[in-house]
Design a binder for this molecule. Structure first.
Ligand SMILES: [Zn+2]
Length: 184
């Protein structure tokens, strides 16, 4: 039961891996230093992530399991992790519709307060006329729709393009230059 799946799988895996690596190294070159030692950015990013997670675990053990210390350790590794891998390595992010809605509500409330305040100060009235209320509702509705449309467009075209580009990016192990490579 044990012998059957392990042996053939290991053999075929190493075989294809060697073949792929050879093919890649023939084609890929760093545009800056001409090194062939390039690594896929998505892989480097994944490795960096698991490395920092490993380091965090070690640090948590060293600290000895105190609640707040452990949280602090985690927070600092997460912070330094962000600067350690340059932003070039992290994948593009989708816009969150929830964030767009949340910010819109905040801006809406603030603008509403501003309209009410300006109206009270300039006309010395305690109520806002229905005409300016309608105008305000129309404008904020239009802006909200525009923001949602922008988020949708970002997630459906710009994000896809950015992700495809990120997926084609390679980082040079010698000088750290990130470049887009065309795989044949
Ligand atoms: Zn290089």
């Amino acid at each position: 039961m044990r012998r059957e799946p392990v042996a053939p799988n290991a053999l075929s895996d190493s075989h294809t891996e060697v073949g792929l690596q050879r093919g890649d190294k023939m084609d890929l070159r760093c545009p800056k230093c001409n090194s062939t030692d390039l690594k896929k950015v998505s892989l480097a990013y994944q490795e960096g992530l698991s490395q920092t997670q490993g380091r965090t675990r070690l640090r948590a053990v060293a600290v000895g399991g105190g609640g707040p210390d452990l949280v602090m350790g985690r927070a600092t590794t997460r912070g330094s992790q962000q600067s350690a891998f340059s932003k070039q390595l992290s994948p593009p992010v989708k816009w969150s519709y929830l964030k767009v809605i949340g910010w819109s509500v905040l801006v809406f409330l603030f603008a509403g307060w501003l309209v009410f305040y300006v109206n009270t100060v300039t006309t010395n009235a305690t109520t806002v006329s229905s005409a300016s209320l309608t105008f305000f509702a129309l404008i904020s509705g239009a802006i909200f729709a525009l923001l949602l449309f922008l988020a949708w467009r970002h997630n459906h075209s710009i994000y896809q393009a950015q992700y495809a580009q990120w997926d084609k990016s390679f980082i040079c192990a010698r000088c750290g230059t990130v470049s887009q490579q065309v795989l044949h």
